[in-house]
Design a protein around this ligand. Structure first.
Ligand code: GUN
Ligand code: ZN
Length: 432
């Protein structure tokens, strides 16, 4: 039996979804949790846990909130260095800013440098699991997985496949996309805390042959996730229709090639037609909401309320660097604002749930990460609800915990992250 640790604070967990029951009934606060061998083994009243675990070391976080580490269900780590690129909408933004940056990942050393920088930045923001796109270069996947493995971090990622409508040097082929993806999957999937996701970028940058090959690979490895983009901008949708004249709609370009399923992750999904929404719900697919990106690139307002009401699984994500932040707190604030523009006011518990349990369930990892309960993995973030003078004065004027939490959700950033635990180990450099 390894060393035990008791973390004391305001321990936030979810017994139910705050989209299914009243938010205050879904969330609970306990006094402490116990970590052992990388996992959470107990949650409850401090005195009882102390009595049951007399030899455990105690870390007292005082009034700070201890919750599951944030889970970013859709990101592009290779876009770290070109985040916040000005003035373009999706297709021009990809061609002008994104593809030239992704080209640099032919250089293994550059890929390793950015992977490390990206995981430093996201950890500082309290994100403990990321589902990321890489570039077409196998070395970009090796770099990301290698860095995550060294940190003991749970990540999902895959080689981004593109065999058309991308510049020379940033295209694979249907065959090489399949072969390289398969080799990476066989080398990494299920190793330590690493999962491989089959990753066709989106329909415009793949030929039907490539989508078919990706579908075949997924059929051969059905336990893998598959990630892509869907219906982000209206001119993208028109382009897809012209590239795939026989498709009923955008989703059909995936469905016709074996790329629709329960373990599929569809980023954005803003401008869905009724058939698409019904079909996604029918197969139990996951949608990923990327609100800072949707506003930054001018994509549109995701219908969170309607899609949740349709029973769809929805995760939350930054979509770095289409998204304008590495912070899931900033992302929750953007989700609140987008929902407001659609006439729904999300409760703080719903926002936190989306960034933890919601994203974990979207990744089919809800039994391992995203919540605090025995025997979930020890991925935690500790939030200071008074991290800046502006937030502190608002929190002081709060009559209950969710009022204070909401100020940190709306105004907080990496300064609110007092500590981070990954796999039961403390990230000392983040300790304040
Ligand atoms: N659609 C296809 N590729 C991308 C990308 O890198 N970012 C965003 N936001 N949308 C995409
Ligand atoms: Zn994306």
């Amino acid at each position: 039996m390894g060393d035990e640790m008791i973390l004391k604070g305001q321990v936030l967990s979810f017994g139910d979804s705050p989209f299914d029951v009243p938010p205050l009934d879904a969330a609970r606060f306990d006094e402490a949790l116990v970590l052992r061998d990388g996992k959470i083994v107990a949650v409850g009243a401090f005195a009882a846990l102390r009595k049951a675990h007399p030899l455990a070391k105690i870390i007292d976080y005082g009034p700070h909130v201890i919750l599951a580490g944030f889970i970013d269900a859709h990101a592009h780590y290779p876009q770290t260095a070109m985040i916040a690129s000005w003035g373009k909408r999706l297709i021009d933004w990809l061609n002008l800013y994104t593809f030239p940056e992704e080209m640099k990942f032919a250089d293994e050393a550059y890929a390793a440098e950015i992977a490390s920088r990206y995981l430093d930045l996201t950890t500082a923001n309290g994100t403990t699991t990321i589902c990321s796109f890489c570039t077409i270069h196998p070395a970009s996947v090796e770099a990301f997985f290698g860095e995550a493995q060294a940190r003991g971090q749970r990540v999902v990622a895959g080689k981004t496949c593109m065999d058309r409508n991308a510049p020379e040097g940033l295209r694979d082929t249907a065959q090489s996309g399949y072969d390289d993806s398969r080799a990476l999957l066989q080398r990494w999937h299920g190793v330590d805390r690493i999962s491989y996701a089959i990753t066709p970028r989106f329909s415009p940058t793949s030929t039907p042959e490539q989508l078919e090959a990706m579908g075949a690979l997924w059929a051969e490895h059905p336990d893998c996730l598959m990630q892509t983009h869907l219906s982000e901008q209206t001119d993208e949708i028109e382009w897809v229709k012209s590239l795939y004249p026989d498709a009923r709609d955008y989703l059909d370009t995936y469905e016709a090639h074996g790329l629709l399923g329960a373990r599929g992750l569809y980023g954005h999904a803003i401008h869905l037609e009724a058939r698409e929404r019904d079909r996604l719900a029918e197969v139990g697919a996951s949608l990923v909401h990327c609100p800072t990106s949707n506003m930054f690139i001018g994509s549109g307002l995701f219908d969170l309320g309607g899609l949740k009401d349709s029973g769809l699984r929805v995760g939350l994500a930054t979509d770095t660097g289409g998204g304008s932040s590495f912070s899931m707190l900033r992302t929750m604030a953007a989700a609140y604002e987008v929902a407001q523009l659609r006439g729904r006011a999300l409760h703080g518990a719903q926002l936190i749930w989306l960034a933890t349990v919601g994203s974990a369930e979207a990744l089919h990892m809800g039994d391992k990460i995203g919540n605090i309960a025995p025997v979930m993995e020890g991925d935690l973030v500790v939030l200071d609800l008074a991290s800046t003078p502006a937030i502190a004065q608002r929190a002081q004027n709060a009559s209950e915990i969710w009022e204070a939490m909401f100020a940190t959700i709306m105004m907080g950033d990496d300064r609110a992250v007092a500590d981070v635990w990954i796999g039961g180990r403390r990230f000392e450099e983040n300790a304040r």
